[in-house]
Every structure is written in structure tokens, then in C-alpha cells.
Design a protein around this ligand. Structure first.
Ligand SMILES: *Cc1c(COP(=O)(O)O)cnc(C)c1O
Length: 455
């Protein structure tokens, strides 16, 4: 028996509360409450120290694709660890990172062929922002140093990523440390900040965006967007045609379009990448969460030849992209990512996903009539159920009431794990989730919403 297996739940709890500082967590609450400690995973399920099973309704922070402890992925990892665990990409090539880049180039939108690896979504976006700016410098435009971003956007927690983000509650503390970005209105149609109605608006927010671009055009390096779906901002789904219009604006004003596909990439929206839905090719694209199927930290910032080529020159010209991370292109993560891409084919995953997406849509339609469901947004196998105090007026629950958290705590009692975004209940299961598991997920969430909001 391994050492960890001999440590009691009680002891683990003591050490956790004494030593582990959890992300996005008020530790005073954490230390007070009893916590679940996960020790095993099987398919769409997580199992705790006491043997309780929980359906992983948010795919372990939106990363899991083919299920937990999937045999093929475990085997790929084991095989690779006996060949090479790590070797740097600084000054050396490494087999798995090369093959993975070549394979990814086949599936990423046409023309995105140059891969810069890092370890997580924030670094992939940090790289994107620095790459875009340095591209402008090399193109003779050092004054083009600003970015257009969207309200409510989330691009990660490092300072560059925070600077292009727009979630007040996460980001406002760090304002003095951030660079300034130009924030465009987001098409959050349920609560349109411009006061329009989706049926008749003809995407007026695009006109506002264009105005902002026009007013700042000589200073803009790029535009940063989560295509189709703002994830952490509350599962906000953009209207059809939105990213296409954004692409056209970036073309006409000659600014780089940076697509953050960290959450949407690898099948989540029903196609491999969200941009594929509208035939959009961004100039720079960040990918991470699902890339290694939820197994290991891995990310890439992918770009087109034009951007890559701007960095070429003699060494003394100092056009080098001076950026890098120690564990860049880690062979274990790349080996799992490669096997994951094969599983997409082998399992016919994207095709298998379509009936689940349709089923989810039909099932969510039945929740609309619940008295405290204000708005339901779905994009592929991701969805958000926004709970409101009054569904006629859209009046929100005060955030201090933590209605979203209450619902998830209730669901947990019935074996379902979820994590809300404010008062929006999130559905983001492993893509491999079975029909009956998906049904269980929705039933438990519905009952939990009812219990909490109607009590
Ligand atoms: C999660 C996320 C990030 C940040 O990724 P980390 O791996 O947590 O740093 C960036 N962008 C989007 C859209 C995300 O969902």
C-alpha cells in the first residue's frame, strides 16, 4: 500500500486546512466547513476518501474530455514516462512536442501553423498579448500598444491576462498593476447594457465596437475575444454571426484578432474550435484546458505565418521573442495530448456529441418555466442557468445570498459536483459523459434549483 493510502481523511483535512491555500476561495469559509477530498477518478465520476462517488459536472474545471483515468491516455502517459519525462525546448527539440504541433496544425483553423507552447491558459494569453505587441513593434508601429477587450471577459489570472480581462469582482483590486485596455460591450443579450432587444437590435454592439476601434485605431495592437462563449463571465453566448463581424472589423482596421479558445477548444462547442462555427481564422489563438484531455498542464499560442515571420531577422536585430517557460512542451503532457487527438477520431467524438447537445437543449428548454430561472444559455456541451429573484423583471439575487453556491451544495448531497459562476449554474461535463449520466446531472441540478429557490 502506498503511503498516501494509509493517511486518514481526518489527517488529510487537518493538513489541507493548515497548509493548502485554495484558488478563488475564501479560506475562512473553507477552514470552517467540511470538505471533500478526491482520491480517484473513473469516467465522468470522482471518488472521495470515503468512497463516495460524484458526477463531475464541470469536467474538473472545464478540462476533462474523455473521462477520468481513461485507459488509453493512462497507457500513453506510462509509455512516455519510461522514454523521457522532460527535456527543455530552449535550445533543443523534443519528439512529442514536434509531433503534437504538426498534428494540431492539421486541425486548427487554416493558416494557424506556428505553435508557441506554455503551461496554462493564462500564460497562453500572456504570450498572445506580448506576441501581438512585439509584432506591431517589428512592423514599425511601436505606438500600437493598446488592446480592445470585452466587458466581462476572462483570460486568466496573470497580470497581462488580467489587464485584458473584464470581470470587476476578480480584477478591480489589481487595477493599479494593470495596463489599460479599451472595453467594448459584450453581447449579453439577456441584460443588454445598451438597452436593446436581441430580436430587433441587429447587433448594435458591433457598431459600438466599431466606434471604439475607429477612435483608437492608430494605437491598437489587437482585439481579444473568447469566441462564441464567454466562460467565466457567466456562460454568455454570443449571437450567430458575431465573431464573423468581429473578424471583418479586425481586417478592415488591420488589427490582430486574438481568439482565446482556452475553454472552447477541443470539442466543447460541438466543433473542434469555436471559430470553426463561422469559418473564422484568428491571427493568434490560445488553447489549453482540453488540450491534454484534462490530464496535465499544457497550452499553446498558435499564430499565422505573417506574425511569425515578423520576428525573423539576424540575431543582432533583437527581433527574437524573448519569452519562455521552463516546462514548455513537456513530453508527458504532449504524449497525452497526442493520444487524446487519436481518441477524438477513434471514438468519433464530435459526431457522438451532436445528439447529446440536442438532448441538452431540449432538456434545458423544460427548465425555462421554473419560477427563478431567468435565462438559459447553451453552447455545445456547455451551458449556464442564470437564477434570478424575479424572472419577470430579471431582478438579481443579491450576491451575498450565494444562491448559486447553495444550489451546488444541494446537488453535491445527491452526488453531483458543479461550481457556479455567481448565480449562474454551470453545466460543463466531460465530453464523454453518457446519456444517462447527463440526464442524472440535469435532474439533480433541477431538483437542487427547485429546493433552494422555492424554499
Ligand atoms: C480558464 C481560462 C483561462 C485561464 O486558464 P488557466 O489555465 O486557468 O490559467 C483563460 N481563458 C479562458 C477563456 C479560460 O476559460
Amino acid at each position: 500500500m502506498s503511503q498516501s493510502n494509509s493517511i486518514s481523511t481526518e489527517q488529510l483535512n487537518i493538513w489541507d486546512k493548515r497548509h493548502v491555500w485554495h484558488p478563488f476561495t475564501q479560506m475562512q469559509d473553507w477552514e470552517r466547513d467540511e470538505q471533500i477530498i478526491i482520491v480517484k477518478g473513473e469516467g465522468s465520476w470522482l471518488i472521495d476518501t470515503e468512497g463516495n462517488r460524484y458526477l463531475d459536472g464541470v469536467a474538473s474545471m472545464w478540462t476533462n474530455v474523455h473521462g477520468h483515468c481513461r485507459k488509453e491516455l493512462n497507457d500513453a502517459l506510462k509509455e512516455q514516462v519510461d522514454r523521457l519525462e522532460h527535456s527543455t525546448l530552449l535550445g533543443l527539440g523534443s519528439e512529442q512536442s514536434i509531433i503534437l504541433a504538426a498534428r494540431l496544425a492539421e486541425i486548427t483553423p487554416q493558416g494557424l501553423d506556428r505553435f508557441f507552447y506554455s503551461d496554462n491558459g493564462s500564460t497562453a494569453m500572456e504570450v498572445a498579448v506580448k506576441m501581438a505587441y512585439q509584432y506591431q513593434v517589428h512592423s514599425g508601429h511601436p505606438e500600437r500598444c493598446k488592446f480592445i477587450t470585452f466587458k466581462n471577459a476572462y483570460h486568466g489570472d496573470t497580470l497581462g491576462a488580467v489587464s485584458v480581462g473584464g470581470i470587476e469582482i476578480y480584477h478591480s483590486t489589481f487595477k493599479p498593476l494593470m495596463f489599460e485596455a479599451i472595453q467594448a460591450p459584450v453581447p449579453y443579450c439577456y441584460r443588454c447594457e445598451l438597452g436593446y432587444n436581441r430580436e430587433s437590435c441587429n447587433m448594435k454592439c458591433i457598431d459600438v465596437l466599431e466606434g471604439l476601434i475607429e477612435n483608437n485605431k492608430s494605437q491598437l495592437a489587437g482585439l481579444v475575444i473568447e469566441p462564441l462563449l464567454q466562460g467565466a463571465g457567466g456562460m454568455i453566448v454570443q449571437p450567430t454571426g458575431f465573431i464573423k463581424r468581429v473578424r471583418e472589423l479586425c481586417n478592415s482596421y488591420d488589427i490582430l484578432m486574438i481568439a482565446d479558445e482556452v475553454a472552447t477548444g477541443f470539442g466543447r462547442t460541438g466543433k473542434m474550435f469555436a471559430c470553426d462555427h463561422e469559418g473564422v481564422v484568428p491571427d493568434i489563438m490560445a488553447i489549453s484546458k482540453g488540450i491534454a484531455a484534462g490530464y496535465l498542464p499544457l497550452a499553446a499560442t498558435v499564430t499565422i505565418e505573417k506574425v511569425y515571420a515578423a520576428f525573423l531577422g539576424s540575431y543582432s536585430e533583437l527581433k527574437t521573442f524573448f519569452h519562455g517557460h521552463t516546462f514548455t512542451g513537456n513530453p508527458l503532457a504532449c504524449a497525452v495530448a497526442l493520444r487524446s487527438l487519436e481518441l477524438f477520431q477513434q471514438d468519433n467524438l464530435l459526431a457522438e456529441l451532436q445528439p447529446k447537445i440536442s438532448w441538452l437543449k431540449a432538456r434545458l428548454d423544460k427548465l425555462v418555466i421554473m419560477p427563478h430561472v431567468g435565462n438559459i444559455r447553451q453552447c455545445g456541451l456547455a451551458a449556464g442557468i442564470e437564477l434570478v429573484k424575479n424572472s419577470k423583471t430579471g431582478e438579481q439575487y443579491p450576491w451575498e445570498e450565494r444562491v448559486g453556491i447553495q444550489v451546488c451544495l444541494e446537488a453535491r448531497k445527491h452526488g453531483v459536483l458543479s461550481r457556479p459562476l455567481g448565480n449562474t449554474i454551470v453545466i460543463f461535463p466531460p465530453l464523454v459523459i453518457s446519456n444517462s449520466e447527463l440526464e442524472l446531472l440535469l435532474n439533480v441540478l433541477q431538483n437542487s434549483i427547485r429546493k433552494v429557490t422555492e424554499s
